[in-house]
Design a protein around this ligand. Structure first.
Ligand SMILES: [Zn+2]
Length: 492
């Protein structure tokens, strides 16, 4: 249930009719609250501080329209909102000098897997955790990279818990959109193998308050169709893999309300020799159905790299920001590296190349492309991975401005929160990234972060660096306690 319903009983009245009206109102409020979209839900997000900041002489890349840059602007941020751009100056504000710097909207990663205590299966959320992740440690690499919103594509009750910790202000972290995953076959999680099972699970997911549905590879066609149809009826968008059952009949997967394909790989699996005609055919299927694409180029780049050698991960400068248990898993229980053969290494290499062609074909046909990174997959470190993906998308043929749009306004639009975030405009939430240099000139400049506003909270470079270095020190110091194979054997 949600805030509005709790506020109602405060008014006292002995009048019977008023009581009945009040009860009807409560019922209506409950009914209404269960149909809230993700966009409506973030409106009630608590405002946790009321400090006013003035960001002076900054170049604002508003992302409201192409080439919309306001040079030397004054941006006033009060609480968690952008109050004015070039408006009146408030008294008692904290001043940040933005001279020569560039302001962009907070970045959005449309495909992450946040580690939770239940991340490794076998334990139920009701059981005492034998592995405990510190939520701040999960979020620090994300926010320090200017990523202020993420879409988690396999959320559980524990992800809700993390989201609440952030909303209460205990943890500094991004806005989190939650997608519940449905798979077919057998195994853990939500499994549906008939249309009716699929519909029931979708209704439960809606009632539990998740924002989106993630479709997975083992769904059969009948169940897949039913899930997407039921989700549509309940106003839930769907994103996912294209189930294996569509092999040889890919076009049948493109039905109304199949909202987004979560990897370019979902298409390339259906191309025998990675030719450009296939890429164009796939783009047309997506375009005609209104289905968007999150290519996750960085995921495939990392998969290919580790089939060559797991040293690619060992030598990654960002590995130290990953929890030591995951570091150990990525290095010692790495299936990509273990199963590597000359053939599949060559296959993954050519898939990386084909993915660039796919992205170009989708762009040329006007299919909206968003930035997702599959952070959590071995090698892909949340936060940092967004900047990698931005660069890869530019290499694939998008302009720097187009990829910024992919990581801000377009993603906000798909999530249904473009009225609240995604551009820099008065009234929007203060999710902002201050850069030392212009990212439109060179996309690599998105890495030159000098500070981040996250829901109105200002974190400058020194604070962000301190958080990161503290995290890496603790991760490194506790490495010995988290040997993957020892801990997983103990659990069995
Ligand atoms: Zn994923």
């Amino acid at each position: 249930m949600h805030l509005l319903a709790v506020i109602v009983p405060k008014q006292k009245s002995d009048n019977k009719q008023t009581k009945i009206m009040k009860n009807i109102f409560i019922l209506l409020t409950i009914a209404f609250s269960t149909t809230l979209t993700f966009g409506q839900k973030i409106k009630v997000k608590q405002n946790i501080q009321q400090v006013t900041f003035v960001l002076k002489n900054v170049n604002v890349i508003t992302m409201t329209s192409p080439n919309s840059i306001i040079n030397n602007a004054t941006v006033v941020i009060t609480g968690n909102r952008i109050e004015t751009i070039n408006g009146a100056l408030p008294k008692n504000a904290k001043v940040i000098d933005g001279k020569g710097k560039w302001l962009i909207p907070g970045l959005i990663d449309m495909h992450v897997h946040l580690a939770t205590d239940g991340y490794f299966g076998s334990k139920l959320p009701t059981q005492f955790p034998d592995l405990a992740f510190n939520t701040q440690d999960i979020m620090t690499p994300i926010i320090s990279n200017g990523v202020t919103t993420v879409l988690d594509l396999n959320s559980t009750m524990e992800t809700f818990g993390q989201k609440k910790e952030i909303e209460k202000g205990y943890i500094v972290g991004p806005r989190i959109a939650l997608a519940a995953l449905i798979n077919g076959g057998n195994g853990q999680g939500r499994i549906a193998n008939t249309a009716e099972e699929g519909r029931i699970i979708v209704r439960n997911i809606k009632a539990e308050g998740y924002d989106f549905i993630k479709l997975y590879s083992k769904l059969n066609i009948e169940t897949y169709n039913a899930i997407i149809d039921e989700a549509n009826k309940l106003g839930l968008k769907t994103i996912g893999h294209i189930p294996n059952a569509f092999e040889g009949k890919l076009e049948q997967a493109f039905i109304p309300n199949f909202g987004m394909v979560a990897h370019a790989e979902e298409f390339s699996k259906h191309s025998e020799n990675f030719n450009i005609q296939d890429a164009q055919k796939f783009a047309k299927l997506a375009k005609d159905n209104g289905t968007w694409l999150s290519p996750t180029l960085i995921t495939m780049v990392w998969i290919a790299k580790q089939t060559h050698s797991v040293d690619s991960i060992r030598n990654s400068p960002n590995l130290k920001y990953v929890h030591p248990l995951l570091q150990s898993k990525w290095l010692t229980a790495n299936n990509y590296a273990k199963n590597a053969t000359v053939e599949n290494t060559a296959y993954f290499d050519s898939m990386v190349k084909f993915h660039f062609q796919l992205v170009k074909a989708f762009k040329d046909l006007g299919v909206p492309i968003v930035v997702g990174t599959d952070a959590g997959v071995s090698g892909v470190v949340a936060g940092f991975s967004v900047h990698d993906e931005l660069e890869l998308l530019v290499q694939a043929g998008l302009t720097p401005e187009e990829v910024l749009k992919s990581a801000t306004t377009l993603s906000a639009q798909w999530l249904g929160i473009d009225k609240q975030i995604g551009t820099i405009e008065a009234g929007k939430f203060a999710d902002l990234v201050l850069l030392d240099e212009n990212p439109i000139e060179d996309i690599k400049n998105t890495r030159k972060i000098t500070g981040v506003f996250i829901n109105g909270k200002w974190l400058d470079k020194s604070k962000l660096n301190a958080m990161l270095s503290d995290l890496s020190k603790r991760n490194t110091a506790s490495k010995d306690k988290y040997d993957w194979n020892t801990l997983m054997n103990k659990r069995k």
